[in-house]
Design a protein. Structure first.
Length: 209
C-alpha cells in the first residue's frame, strides 16, 4: 500500500479559467504552495510559502463538495509551481473521477501523468523549460513584461510546433503591457510567425477570484 499522500495546498476554489485558450470555462482550481522562481510580476506571491497540509482524500472531498453546487468538469492545478510536489496520484485520482485536468506550469519541472491540458509559461530571465513540453503543451503563455521582445517569441516559435499557440498575455490590465503586447504581436505578424496571439486575464479585468 503506498504511503499517504500529503500535499501543501494554498487554496482550492471554484471560478472561471481566466487565462489562455480555456478562458471562460468553469474550473476548480487547486493552488499548490511553493515556487522555485521569484518573478517580480507574480500575482500569487502568497503561494510562494506556507500552505496547508491536505491529504489526497481531503482534496478529493473538497472538490466533490464544490462540484455539488458548481459541477465544473475541469480541475486546474496551479501555484506557485504545482509540479514541485508529487501530484501524480492526485492527477490519476481526478481522472478516475472522470474530470479533465489542466496543469499551469512555469515549465521547469515535468512529471509523467495523464494531464489533458498543459499550459506552459516560461519565465524571465532565462525562459528555460523542459523539452517534453514541446510535444505536450497545449499553449505557451508569455507574460508581456518590459523585457519581452520579438527575439524570444521567435525562438519559442521555432522550438514549439506551430500548432501550439504562443499567447502574449498582458501583465494584469496595465496599459503599457497591453501596448507592448500589441506591438510585439504586430512585429510577429510582419516577421511571418504563425499562431502568435494576444491574450489577457479575464479574472483581472472583471475582478474575479
Ligand atoms: S513562476 Fe509563476 S508562481 Fe512562480 S514566481 Fe513566477 S509568476 Fe509567480
Amino acid at each position: 500500500m503506498p504511503p499517504p499522500l500529503i500535499l501543501k495546498v494554498s487554496e482550492i476554489f471554484a471560478s472561471i479559467q481566466g487565462e489562455g485558450l480555456r478562458q471562460g470555462e468553469p474550473t476548480i482550481f487547486v493552488r499548490l504552495a511553493g515556487c522555485n522562481l521569484r518573478c517580480s510580476f507574480c500575482d500569487t506571491k502568497y503561494a510562494w510559502r506556507g500552505g496547508r497540509d491536505f491529504s489526497l482524500e481531503e482534496i478529493i472531498e473538497k472538490i466533490r463538495a464544490i462540484r455539488a453546487h458548481f459541477p465544473a468538469r475541469w480541475v486546474c492545478l496551479t501555484g506557485g509551481e504545482p509540479l514541485l510536489q508529487r501530484v501524480e496520484r492526485l492527477v490519476r485520482k481526478l481522472k478516475a473521477e472522470d474530470l479533465m485536468v489542466q496543469v499551469e506550469t512555469n515549465g521547469t519541472r515535468y512529471r509523467s501523468m495523464p494531464v489533458d491540458w498543459y499550459s506552459v509559461s516560461p519565465k524571465p530571465e532565462r525562459y528555460s523549460y523542459r523539452s517534453e513540453y514541446r510535444k505536450k503543451a497545449k499553449e505557451v503563455k508569455l507574460i508581456v513584461t518590459r523585457k519581452l521582445g520579438l527575439s524570444l517569441v521567435m525562438k519559442l516559435r521555432n522550438e514549439f510546433s506551430s500548432t501550439i499557440p504562443i499567447l502574449l498575455q498582458t501583465e494584469s490590465t496595465r496599459k503599457w503591457s497591453i501596448e507592448r503586447g500589441l506591438k510585439i504581436l504586430e512585429e510577429a505578424l510582419q516577421a511571418g510567425l504563425d499562431n502568435v496571439r494576444f491574450s489577457s486575464q479575464l479574472h483581472r479585468i472583471y475582478g474575479l477570484k
